[in-house]
Design a protein around this ligand. Structure first.
Ligand code: HEC
Length: 147
């Protein structure tokens, strides 16, 4: 083999590997396993490592902004734009207001949801989104609450 042929063989191998990586990624997406999008939480009071049980940002303007963008990037594709569900996931406008709603919201956003057979129907966001982002999304969702 000439050096040139070796280089061609090598780059073909690299391209093959890249192809597999792309295939692998799109296969993951087909299973609803999309990587959560980072949410910029600058301007919010940091909450520390302890998980809060009720929303520390209720009515906070910056939390509303952060939550609106965080929701659109991470939740809208299932729960619907402007929190109006198209039917594939529950309509979060009807989630209870206040502490009871807060607790259920955090249970779901942190842990996600699986079907009985173990298939993921909602990804877990714990470890991807900080609680500052989660509570901001809660603030946004609650601002659109319907009875
Ligand atoms: C891949 C689709 C998908 C994504 C993305 C998703 N969810 Fe869900 N979510 C679901 C499904 C499906 C359920 C219903 C689970 C069940 O039946 O137990 C659910 C349930 C919930 C519930 C409980 C609602 C209820 O009435 O019991 C909350 C709260 C929730 N999701 C919040 C969120 C938030 C916030 C985000 C974004 C950070 C998000 N979800 C992203 C699919 C999704």
């Amino acid at each position: 083999m000439t050096l040139r042929n070796v280089l061609i063989a090598l780059s073909a191998g690299v391209m093959l590997a890249a192809g597999y990586a792309v295939l692998g990624a799109s296969e993951g997406q087909a299973h609803g396993d999309v990587t959560p999008q980072a949410v910029d939480v600058t301007g919010l009071d940091p909450l520390g490592p302890e998980w809060r049980t009720d929303n520390p940002y209720g009515g906070n303007k910056r939390a509303l902004e952060v939550g609106s963008s965080g929701y659109n990037q991470n939740c809208a594709r299932c729960h619907g734009l402007q929190v109006i569900s198209g039917g594939i996931a529950p309509d979060l406008r009807y989630l209870e207001k206040g502490k009871i709603g807060d607790e259920w919201f955090m249970t779901r956003i942190r842990g996600g949801a699986k079907k009985q057979d173990g298939t993921t129907i909602m990804p877990a966001f714990e470890g991807f989104l900080p609680q500052e982002a989660m509570w901001s999304i809660r603030t946004y969702v609650e601002s659109l609450h319907q009875d």
